[in-house]
Design a protein around this ligand. Structure first.
Ligand code: SAH
Length: 218
């Protein structure tokens, strides 16, 4: 029998781990299979690109654990016609995953260095339906609103109200919510026809903080 290359074995195990942990949406699993995570991690962590762990990126930030990326994506219930806003571009990995499922992704990052690097990776990979902006994602992107779905990938202490107002009726927000150094949970908010939010508390997580304003340092 022909030997399966180590890289393929790693990718197969990556898929298996996601399934074993309960990810069952086929479109999400396909997106996780399609996007090469090794493009998004720092050179020194390339060997760990398909391990189920968060890894450090520039500016003291982290690329989330693949399971958490898949889980939040599944919970967001993205449909092919959707326009999605992501707050916290980081490496651009989550934006890339979302771009395989949605019509269009707008992703905002407060560090220019991270936003520029993410934009370059996304261009190299040819994902044409992602716009990366530098700025304060807590304010959303009013000029590009409304959005069908919003994902925040940094921990918020409170739900940023501008995001709620930039969401369509029936739209959903998935975000880590909780104190910066305390217990955080993934929370799913659904905007009802009348504008009020229903809230569902999901799994416990640990995220870097959502901070106001564009980063002063690069
Ligand atoms: N989604 C990223 C990981 C994000 S880590 C990935 O796939 O790699 C969280 C990111 O949120 C960090 O890069 C941090 O700089 C950014 N961030 C924190 N507060 C922000 C804000 N108010 N607006 C935009 N980005 C913010």
């Amino acid at each position: 029998m022909a030997e399966v290359p180590a890289a393929d074995v790693e990718r197969m195990e990556f898929q298996l781990t996601l399934r074993r942990r309960g990810i069952s949406d086929q479109a999400v699993l396909r997106a996780m299979d399609e996007v090469p995570r090794e493009y998004f991690v720092a050179q020194e962590f390339i060997e760990s690109a398909y391990a189920d762990q968060a890894l450090p990126i520039a500016c003291g930030q982290t690329i989330s654990q693949p399971y958490v990326v898949a889980y939040m994506t599944e919970q967001l219930e993205v449909e092919p016609q959707h326009r999605v806003l992501e707050v916290g571009t980081g490496s651009g990995y989550q934006a890339a995953i979302l771009s395989r499922l949605a019509r269009e992704v707008v992703s905002i990052e407060r560090y220019r260095t991270l936003a520029d690097a993410a934009r370059d990776r996304i261009k190299t990979l040819g994902y044409a339906n992602i716009a990366v902006l530098t700025g304060d994602g807590m304010a959303g992107a009013p000029e590009l609103a409304p959005f069908d779905r919003i994902m925040v990938t940094a921990a918020a202490e409170d739900v940023p109200q501008p995001l709620v107002s930039q969401l369509v009726a029936g739209g959903k927000i998935v975000l880590p919510l909780g104190p910066h150094r305390g217990p955080q949970h993934i929370v799913k908010l659904t905007k009802q026809a009348g504008g009020e939010l229903t809230r569902e508390r999901l799994v416990a997580v640990r995220f870097v903080p959502l901070l106001p304003g564009q980063a002063r340092e690069l």
